[in-house]
Write a protein that binds this ligand. Structure first.
Ligand code: SUG
Length: 438
């Protein structure tokens, strides 16, 4: 069994659209010029770093943006896809922005995964997230399903479940944590922010995304042997900018690192985890006094990757922004000093993504695979130094160094996107997964 971090390759239209209410970075960077090339290279650099630590690394491809199919469904008709984009640019500037986001890069929102070791039927289960809370993110689900079905194609080993109905808003693994201790059943935590029926305390300022009913459905589809835990995200945490659970909590193995505003009933959750995981369970919690949620939301220490290294110890891969805030650095140093598996902190620059509210943990989907499962993947997505070099050259050939909202109207951008993705599907041996390739 090995955990693979499936990172999203950043798409060539990465831009700051201001599309996510409740995501403070997205709201504050609206309209700023982006660098898709720098964003993609930062992402590939992070993957290389994780791979070189001896941790499993893989990639997921971006999606076609602007999305002409989505624009046509909105009534922006045209003889060619270029005409469709031109018409949307003239008549529906905001729609063009919504249909141009490279948001599929945050693969923690692509699906929620339970490894075969936990499932009663011995299959690895992936539930594609519908992302139905936000229009620009909901566009991802259909193509994400097609891509995951191509990669996890072997029906004897993998089950890729269709996205839930849109009324059940599901944001994928960003609200899910799997913990396990030697000799114990793995524990799956499915957090949520609102209920479709029944009462629950609600945030006042920002929207809650994940519905409890969606979390319950994902847990049923995973059919893990152990009963799921379904804690509520703290409404005050959501109001501070923690639109996903992974903004204020991260866990791996038998270790959990969280902020006191991550979950509403933290005491009950931690007691249950202690009971299920036994003496191996370790937890470090930050209080508001030690680390104000505003700092945690600005610097994303809890959106770090918790990586288990080949020797068994853990390393934290934190965003570079953490280094700029003394309270955050002090907290991370405390984590390393205390009695838990974490031995080191590494800081990485993923600023282009961070400016849209996506830290290191948002950029990856963790999938635990057996060697046989890893060998049965239906595409060339496992990361190697050679693939890294190929992808860096591919980005340098196809990506612009600078992109503004006005550039989304440039019909050449759509051509660039299609050319780049067509080539990428050959590099990754994915076959034709995009509708424009049909
Ligand atoms: O859904 N940002 C993403 C960030 C997702 C972060 N993922 C996790 N926490 N796992 C979102 O809010 C901003 C796009 C823009 O404004 O251009 C955006 O979609």
């Amino acid at each position: 069994m090995r955990e693979y971090n499936f990172d999203g390759i950043v798409g060539n239209t990465h831009n700051y659209g201001g599309l996510s209410p409740g995501n403070v970075a997205s709201m504050t960077h609206e309209g700023m010029a982006s660098s898709p090339r720098a964003a993609a290279l930062e992402g590939l650099g992070k993957m290389r770093f994780v791979h070189d630590l001896g941790v499993g690394q893989a990639v997921l491809p971006p999606q076609l943006r602007p999305d002409p199919t989505a624009l046509r469904r909105l009534g922006f008709a045209g003889a060619t896809d270029r005409d469709v984009v031109a018409r949307a640019a003239r008549e529906g500037d905001h729609w063009l922005r919504l249909c141009s986001s490279a948001s599929a890069m945050w693969t923690a929102n692509a699906a929620t995964v339970a490894p075969s070791a936990d499932a009663a039927d011995g299959c690895c289960h992936l539930v594609v997230a519908n992302l139905s809370t936000l229009f620009h993110r909901a566009l991802e689900a259909e193509t994400t399903a097609a891509i995951l079905r191509r990669i996890f194609a072997d029906p004897a080993r993998f089950v890729v479940h269709a996205p839930l109905a849109p009324q059940l808003s599901d944001e994928g693994a960003a609200n899910h944590t799997r913990l396990h201790a030697p000799g114990r059943e793995a524990v799956h935590i499915y957090a949520w922010g609102r209920r479709l029926w029944g009462d629950a305390p609600a945030p006042r300022r920002f929207p809650a995304r994940q519905a409890r009913e969606a979390s319950e459905a994902v847990a049923r589809l995973h059919a893990a042997r152990a009963a799921p835990l379904l804690p509520q995200q703290h409404p005050d945490g959501i109001d501070a900018g923690a639109f996903h659970t992974d903004v204020l909590a991260v866990g791996s193995g038998a270790f959990l690192m969280l902020h006191e505003l991550a979950f509403l009933d933290r005491a009950a959750l931690l007691a249950e985890l202690r009971a299920r995981l036994g003496d191996a369970f370790r937890c470090v919690a930050a209080t508001q006094a030690e680390l104000p949620a505003a700092d945690a939301v600005a610097a994303y220490p809890f959106n770090s990757q918790l990586l288990t290294l080949p020797g068994g110890e853990m390393a934290i891969l934190a965003p570079a922004e953490c280094r700029e805030r003394p309270a955050v650095v002090r907290f991370l140093e405390r984590v390393v000093a205390e009695d838990n598996p974490v031995a080191a902190v590494h800081y990485r620059d993923v600023r282009q993504s961070m400016n849209n509210g996506g830290g290191p943990a948002c950029l990856r989907l963790r999938i635990v695979l057996t060697d046989e499962e890893a060998g049965a993947l239906g595409a060339n997505v496992l990361f190697t130094p050679a693939l890294h070099a190929t992808l860096v050259a591919w980005v340098e050939r196809h990506y612009r160094d600078r992109l503004t909202a006005a550039d989304l109207a440039d019909p050449a951008l759509l051509d660039e996107s299609m050319t780049a993705l067509d080539e990428l599907t050959r590099i990754l041996r994915l076959g034709n997964v995009y509708s424009f390739q049909a």
